[in-house]
Design a protein around this ligand. Structure first.
Ligand code: F6P
Length: 748
């Protein structure tokens, strides 16, 4: 409005001045036109009266002149007429002649507009025309004075003023309206252009036309300025900062102004189970939990997850919350449990998430199964979690970290209930190429849901690229390959690579039992002699983990290098997972059968070739195996990151032990010092095992040191810190762009 007034007020003032100056001019112009008309008329009257007048004067009958004059007055609708004979000062006139008119004083009426005379009687102005009367052959007989009543001029003039006044008012209103409309339209274009710019979309409409061509020259400067303003205040050595829980806490308190953090995942960090009448606490075999738990201890806040333990309901308060970690550790954050019915869990978790999206996103040659009923339960469960987020949020703009493929719809649902929230979604598994993803019957809904996020994270650049390719192929959105953003439904989602990691130093390092003791304990547990070589595999029993391929490689090693028989045993710790799903049941059966067959084949050896432990293993026990083993084997067929590889390296503070790592894990990009293998190539894996078992200590140390350096630097605090720092930058940019747009709005 203020902006419109800035246009309209000067315009109206200018129009007013113009009108004020124009009115007297118009008056004068009208008078001139009328004078000219009256002069012409008077001259015609004089010509008509000339002959009778001459006759009366020359015939010596001047007494009849008044009658002639009275007739002229009547016929021609004049106010008065007078005849001034040549050489006489006395006029022969009609009685209506104004007293101010004298024959001796007629010269002043020679030039219009001086012919106007204001009569003393107050009868209004009169127009006086003086016309010569000739006696013939150029001799002057006298002058005829014709007096016109021109009071109508005043009336007409005031009417004209009125018309002109309304004309200018009308003109002013029309011009003002046109100005305001054009200003509003142009300004709207500017605001849209500015917003598009702030969203990083550039200055083109979706149609490809510019919002405001005039903005184009400053677009790049403006974006750079906003980026600079929004960028976190950086310390010069920031990338070399050692990320610790304290660094993360400082970031939260400083750049994020103590803003609350809400984490959502399907799997809970602590599961309460009732066993033999007792409640025990389990920590699930989950890379996600391994990574997130230390972050939550540092950040506090609330972790929302499915309460799936048999005693979970018994330990929560009236709001389904419990402070964790459980005693004796001091409580650091809240776990809010969400309850699902059996039917919901079956459709959402086992069905759409793990029979649909899981095989869809992993290249593991298991076909995804999509059922409408599963999809409905998946959507319903996402809605339940969205309600829990809204319940837990203490502000309008919390930072919500949504984890994994169980919650593809959640970011959009949160965005609807908390439009100001900063939503960071992290997809822990690979993202397939567009053709593969296109199989999903609800692909548009899944993408729409994910694009409710402010930031969408993947472990690798390859998965980010796959996601952007999918967006370009399947929905109407604008992808910026330079900034790695997607603009969709007027909102911007940044798609970024955040390789996940683990806590560093390993939480158990301080209290760790020496490696030698761990080696002895592990061997003793399995009845193996001192000096016996041990390989270790730690996985959820999932077909993506390549456990069958791994066991086949062990078998091949014994075939090719039989000297290892009785001297090397491979221990596979496998946590049962998703056991209600047929593929997983079949997989477990196949792994068990394969391990049994290999052991049967090499039963003549003094010690077993393979020890398979399908059971839940607590982190302390796994840590002991890592430290007691000579080689750790990770042969995932496809894995977003794989944290087992990083945990093994973190556990080896003695710089000994060898890691064999699948090239199809995200971790293989970060740990090239591992022996990188193709798990489908059995001979190659067997050769890798041989290489690992015979690797000199010095080489083991050199490789292990490099890998430990990397994990130390790129630990889970850096992973979380980078996401939170990006979120903080985004919030700052959001505030800047809001205030710019609000200022623009207020100006309108
Ligand atoms: O790898 C994906 C993932 O969600 C991990 O983040 C997590 O470790 C694992 O799957 C958990 O699987 P579940 O919760 O089904 O046992």
């Amino acid at each position: 409005m203020r902006l419109s007034l800035r246009f309209v007020v000067p315009l109206l003032v200018a129009l007013g001045i113009f009108a004020y100056a124009a009115l007297p001019l118009v008056d004068r112009l009208m008078l001139r036109w009328l004078s000219r008309d009256l002069e012409v008329r008077s001259s015609q009257i004089a010509k008509t009266a000339e002959d009778p007048l001459r006759n009366l004067v020359q015939s010596g009958s001047p007494d009849h002149i008044p009658q002639l004059l009275a007739r002229i007055t009547r016929d021609e609708r004049l106010l008065a007429v007078a005849f001034c004979p040549a050489g006489s000062a006395d006029a022969i006139a009609t009685p209506t002649l104004p007293v101010e008119l004298r024959c001796s004083d007629l010269d002043r009426f020679a030039d219009p507009p001086n012919d106007l005379l204001q009569t003393a009687a107050g009868g209004g102005p009169v127009y006086v025309s003086v016309q010569p009367v000739n006696a013939g052959s150029g001799v002057g007989l006298g002058r005829l004075v014709l007096v016109h009543d021109v009071s109508f001029i005043a009336r007409r003039s005031s009417e004209t003023r009125e018309y002109l006044f309304f004309f200018f008012v009308g003109l002013g209103i029309t011009v003002a309206l046109i100005t305001v409309v054009i200003a509003q339209l142009s300004w709207r274009g500017w605001v849209q252009g500015l917003r598009a710019l702030l969203r990083g979309e550039g200055l083109l409409r979706p149609s490809g036309k510019p919002y405001v061509p005039e903005l184009q020259p400053i677009a790049r400067d403006l974006r750079a300025l906003i980026r600079d303003l929004g960028a976190a205040p950086r310390r010069p050595d920031e990338d070399h900062v050692a990320w610790t829980p304290d660094t993360l806490r400082t970031l939260l308190r400083g750049e994020l102004r103590g803003q609350e953090v809400i984490v959502v995942s399907n799997r809970e960090p602590y599961i309460h189970m009732r066993q033999n009448g007792q409640i025990t606490v389990w920590r699930p075999a989950s890379g996600l939990v391994t990574a997130l738990e230390p972050v939550m201890r540092a950040c506090s806040g609330t972790w929302i997850a499915h309460g799936g333990g048999s005693a979970d309901r018994e330990v929560v308060d009236a709001h389904d919350r419990i402070a964790v970690p459980p005693p004796p550790a001091p409580p650091a954050y809240h776990l809010r449990r969400v309850w699902l019915t059996e039917q919901q869990e079956a459709g959402y978790y086992y069905g759409f998430a793990n029979e649909g999206l899981w095989p869809l996103c992993h290249i593991a040659h298991v076909r995804p199964t999509f059922r409408t009923s599963d999809w409905e339960q998946y959507a319903a469960a996402n809605r339940l979690f969205a309600r829990a987020v809204a319940d837990e949020a203490r502000s309008d703009d919390p930072i919500v970290l949504v984890h994994d493929y169980h919650f593809a719809l959640l970011p959009r649902l949160i965005r609807e209930s908390l439009p100001e929230a900063t939503i960071i979604t992290f997809w822990h598994i690979p993202w397939p190429n567009p053709e593969a993803f296109g199989i999903c019957p609800w692909r548009e809904e899944v993408l729409d849901g994910l694009l409710g996020s402010s930031i969408l994270g993947f472990h690798t650049q390859f998965h980010c690229n796959n996601f952007l390719d999918t967006i370009e192929r399947l929905i109407e959105a604008r992808v910026d390959r330079e900034m790695f953003t997607v603009s969709y439904r007027g909102e911007l989602t940044a798609v970024k690579r955040y390789p996940i990691s683990i806590d560093w130093p390993a939480p158990r390092a301080a209290t760790a039992v020496p490696v030698e003791q761990c080696r002895a304990a592990v061997r003793q547990r399995h009845g193996l002699p001192e000096g016996h070589a041990i390989g270790i595999g730690v996985d959820r029993l999932d077909y993506t983990k390549g456990v069958e391929e791994r066991l086949r490689a062990i078998e091949r090693l014994f075939e090719l290098q039989p000297e290892w028989l009785g001297k090397f045993t491979f221990v596979q710790l496998a946590a049962p997972t998703r056991t209600r799903i047929e593929h997983y049941q079949q997989y477990q059966a196949r792994v068990e059968a394969l391990a049994a067959r290999i052991n049967e084949r090499f039963k003549h050896a003094a010690y077993p070739a393979v020890i398979l432990r399908i059971d839940h293993h607590e982190p302390e026990s796994v840590y002991e195996y890592y430290r007691g083993a000579d080689v750790c084997v990770v042969t995932s067929l496809h894995d977003g990151m794989n944290l087992v590889s990083k945990e093994f390296v973190a556990a080896r503070d003695d710089n000994a032990g060898v890691l064999i790592l699948s090239q199809f894990t995200g971790a293989s990009r970060e740990l090239p010092e591992a022996i990188i293998v193709n798990p489908y190539d059995t001979d190659q894996c067997a050769a890798a095992l041989q290489l690992a078992l015979t690797m000199p200590k010095e080489e083991q140390r050199a490789r292990m040191r490099l890998m430990r350096e990397l994990i130390k630097e790129f630990n889970v605090y850096r992973w979380a810190g980078r996401m939170l720092r990006d979120a903080a930058g985004m919030r700052r940019r959001g505030r800047i762009s809001h205030s710019m747009v609000a200022a623009a709005r207020a100006a309108l």
